[in-house]
Design a binder for this molecule. Structure first.
Ligand code: GLA
Length: 720
């Protein structure tokens, strides 16, 4: 899987169907040779270096030569004028670097990434250490590959081997180079209630840069980019997807240099970032997952889905059946008391819903979003008998109980703020920007994280709670911590995320039986970092069954469907005012971890019967959602229909679900092709009464169903 040839000084990494080759060039610098579909490491590859220009010893101090080399990590100020991967500022302000190969090791397993989410197990790792010729920095580049995966995981560790401290003004996770820039650049952009919308633009010369500087991965831009060949479709053509396993401020860039090759790199956003590394200390960067696909975007997505399920999400949780929840947020907002909650629980239980999740408003003085955050004790005025009474009502109904928290936040109108105003991030004397009327707790301080850990633990121990929805509803402004020295204020955003990870690690370890769901004003922090702790994330506050086809399509480009929490909500939809029939809402919510977001006591008998059937049907496909492979068949951004398909790994079972949008004449006279089936197996499409070979269904296809506007369809396909 990983070989080193000492003759050519070449490293060859092979995953399931890709190769990644690098070599230490004549002047001792590590450069890329090849990244793409599996190849043999034929000697000529390195000799010719495929595309890269390899500097000769005489070239070392010629700047125009450095600028062409496809380095594996970009140094600053020594002839390479492309964006660097790290900037190391010494005491006197000098910050030029040249990185030379020092040593390497190859070992079984994954590297330690203390305090941060990371690939958990298996694999083989290559660690190449580069020495900065001009500073005491040593940079170790880690590369992990697996035989059964097309994902390559990378990060960089920057060590100060000297006595004097230096400052990192930039410290990216990875850098690599591709020989040409004949790609389009795909990103997942969005905003609140409209997250992860794929947008693809051509690359030109210069840099395409996507980023977040919010100390959260954000609604606006997901830490994902893909480089896509012009002929790349869902099922054919080359692409490379890159996803940071990180939840804070990030950057990902693709820079086409003067000779046309492409430097791609990224990691923590350098905007507002600096990190002081004392002598002997190291700075560890977050991991990045790179996925090469020769078979289109669909293969890339399935590889990412397997990677997250097998190697990032907690093993005990990744493949465990998820509860089917009823969440009261859209049913009641802040307007509830104990009797109202009881009526929701009593109405939900007979429908087959198994968990009641009590959302915002149960604690402190929280009757609106202006107060109470930080006061994690139950409001007994609202909830007579406290949480125990609600938990007991659930138990009596054979249901479990879940609870909403927003652990990272503080309201100025709260007991916590009155006691500890300094717990909030911000600068004394500067009027803070308020997002949703609240401030952010300073999670760079261990006493703040300890406090939240204690109070949340107390609540989780106070009664039988099996589910937590962990929300986060605003981003950081006025970056300033009362506990950091002036020179370390630039560390706040990353330290904050480390504090979030620390709390998540401690709570999930202390309460291993509790299922934690992530949330951030909907999907404002839907990333690989969060998935390490939370096997599912609230996908979006927009639950409209038309909008959701687009949001879920975009999200599925790099995250598994089981990670997408998808609820049926009331109509007219609270975000779009659109009314879509109840069964279509159920079908779209079945393409993820399903649940309900409404007041079930207000449902009519017909709708109640539908909920029952939806849940029974969902249980039949739950394993496909957890373990299946996703095939995106009809693109809702392009077509008048949406359709996706989940296929079991053994190809014996499949579930196809879709929706027709605005009727146009005769669009239903068209065939669409299924994917992912075994060509030589015979299948029954239950709802159509059709029996056919996989190859017929995949090459001839099926007719689009004749349906009214915004109507869904769901078909079960089983080998016979
Ligand atoms: C965020 C979440 C919602 C809900 C509210 C409660 O907006 O995305 O689902 O929990 O907060 O305030």
């Amino acid at each position: 899987m990983i070989d080193y040839c000492s003759k050519t000084r070449t490293f060859t990494l092979n995953g399931k169907s890709f190769s990644y080759i690098m070599y230490v060039n004549e002047v001792g610098m590590l450069q890329n040779v090849y990244y793409g579909a599996s190849v043999a490491n034929d000697e000529y590859l390195t000799r010719v270096c495929a595309y890269g220009r390899s500097p000769k010893p005489d070239d070392l101090n010629r700047d125009y030569v450095q600028d062409y080399v496809p380095f594996e990590y970009g140094a600053y100020g020594r002839g390479d004028f492309r964006a660097p991967s790290a900037v190391i500022v010494r005491k006197d302000g000098f910050c030029a670097s040249r990185l030379l190969y020092k040593s390497h090791k190859i070992y079984d397993g994954v590297p330690e990434v203390a305090g941060m989410p990371h690939a958990r197990s298996g694999g083989k790792t290559l660690a190449v250490t580069l020495k900065d010729e001009l500073s005491p920095a040593e940079i170790t580049l880690n590369y992990t590959v697996w035989d059964d995966s097309d994902v390559l995981v990378r990060n960089a560790v920057i060590k100060n081997t000297g006595k004097e401290k230096f400052v990192l003004d930039r410290a990216y996770s990875f850098c690599t180079a591709l020989p040409d820039h004949d790609y389009d650049f795909m990103r997942l952009q969005g905003r609140w209630a409209n997250e992860r919308i794929p947008e693809t633009t051509p690359l030109g010369h210069g840099t395409v840069r996507i980023e977040s500087s919010r100390a959260a991965s954000s609604h606006v831009m997901n830490p994902f980019m893909a480089l896509i060949r012009k002929n790349c479709s869902e099922s054919t053509g080359e692409c490379i997807g890159i996803n940071l396993i990180y939840s804070g401020s990030f950057v990902l860039t693709a820079e086409c240099s003067q000779d046309g090759n492409l430097r791609i790199q990224g990691g923590i956003n350098e905007l507002g970032f600096s990190w002081t590394v004392d002598g002997g200390d190291s700075f560890v960067t977050p991991q990045a997952a790179l996925c090469y696909s020769a078979d289109g975007l669909g293969h890339m997505s399935r590889e990412f889905a397997d990677f997250y399920r097998d190697r990032i999400i907690n093993r005990q949780k990744a493949f465990a059946r998820r509860p089917i929840v009823i969440n009261n947020w859209e049913g009641t907002y802040f307007d509830f008391d104990r009797e109202k909650l009881f009526s929701i629980i009593d109405a939900a239980a007979p429908l087959g819903i198994d968990t009641f999740v009590l959302d915002d408003g149960w604690f402190g003085k929280r009757d609106s979003d202006t107060s109470g955050l930080g006061d994690w004790f139950v409001n007994t005025k609202k909830l007579d008998g406290g949480l125990a009474a609600v938990a007991e009502r659930c138990r009596k109904n054979g249901m479990k109980f879940g609870l909403w928290f927003e652990p990272e936040m503080i309201s100025e109108d709260s007991d916590l703020y009155r006691a500890h105003p300094d717990y909030a991030i911000g600068k004394r004397g500067v009027e803070p920007c308020r997002g949703r009327n609240q401030l952010v707790l300073d999670f760079t301080r261990s006493e703040v994280v300890d406090h939240v850990f204690r109070v949340v633990s107390d609540i989780l121990e106070s009664c039988d709670i099996s589910y937590v929805k962990w929300d986060m509803n605003r981003n950081i402004t006025e970056f300033f911590s009362a506990s950091l020295d002036a020179e370390r204020q630039g560390e706040l955003a990353h330290r904050y995320i480390l504090g979030v990870y620390d709390l998540a690690e401690r709570l999930t370890s202390k309460f291993p039986d509790v299922l934690f769901e992530g949330c951030a004003g909907g999907g404002g922090r839907f990333d690989g970092g969060m998935l390490y702790y939370f096997p599912q994330i609230w996908t979006s506050d927009d639950t409209d069954a038309y909008e959701r086809t687009k949001i879920q399509w975009g999200t599925s480009l790099c995250y598994p469907v089981s990670a997408m929490s998808c609820h049926v909500s009331a109509c007219p939809n609270h975000q779009t005012q659109r009314t879509i029939d109840f069964s279509t809402r159920g079908i779209i919510a079945s393409l993820g971890t399903t649940g309900y977001e409404l007041d079930p006591s207000k449902l009519c008998e017909k709708e109640k019967a539908l909920v029952k059937t939806q849940i029974e049907d969902y249980k039949k496909i739950a394993e496909l959602v957890l373990r299946g492979d996703l095939y995106r068949l009809i693109n809702p951004y392009v077509d008048n229909y949406f359709c996706e398909m989940l296929v079991s790994k053994d190809k014996n079972h499949a579930y196809l679900a879709g929706e027709r949008f605005h009727g146009v004449p005769c669009d239903y006279d068209m065939f669409f092709k299924l994917e992912g089936l075994d060509p030589d197996k015979k299948y029954m499409v239950k709802e159509l009464g059709i029996t056919a070979y996989g190859k017929t269904l995949m090459h001839a296809g099926l007719l689009l169903p004749r349906l009214p506007d915004f109507t869904g369809f769901a078909w079960h396909i089983d080998a016979v």
